[in-house]
Design a protein around this ligand. Sequence first.
Ligand SMILES: [Zn+2]
Length: 260
Amino acid sequence: MLIGAMNHPAREVLQEIEWIAAMGLGFLDLTLEPPKAASWKVDRRAVRNALEQHQLGVVGHTAFYLPIASGIEEIRQAAVTELRRCIEAFAEIGARWMNIHPDRHAPMHDRGFFIQRNLETLGELLPYAAEHGVGLMIENLPGDFNTAGEVGELLDPLPALGLHLDIGHANLLVTHSTVDELLGAYGPRLRHVHLHDNKGGAADLHLPLGSGSVDLRSAIRQLQRTGYDGTITLEVFTPDQHYVRYSKELLQRVWEEERR
Ligand SMILES: [Zn+2]
């Protein structure tokens, strides 16, 4: 199991790599988002070199707000263009997996419409990603894509698509965490994990581990039962990096305790 962190999109990627390496983390969850980490701006070679120099791995993350299910075809195509550029960037930087957030922002349309549009976009991108040696994975989101049934509407028709499990999101807008059902149904397709805390309800707080209502121990037990031993990003958004360090130590400790 490898613990990593995400760069802040408003800061220089190369500087973000420095603190992530200094904290002894194992990989960068590289989000390609403007203003400072835009797919068209990041110096791919420099990022690759910095990662190699610090012996850091890398996982690809894309902007959560891309309108991949837009009811306006030209806007959907613009999102596809951006995601193709992300695939090219991640191929050069050396990421083997790239995440995509499902989109439900198609007002006045029913669920069937935006499911179809998500599938269309993913279906267009999967072969392009494969040509570049990059796999695509879909992240569960509170609201419309958080249960096994909901995420399955995208995973079932597209066998090449991986699951990116966000344990924090699985705790939001639900009566109890959906980690068990997501792993029960799609555990073998799990490719990457996001971990952060919150207090349930609708607020996606991205708190340090242990400070909210996410059952960390249960989630880790289920990851281990699935046989997962891959990358886990501490998606803890805080100006004080002590909270990231604390989260890392807590995750390491609970992971070891549950392995015994
Ligand atoms: Zn996430």
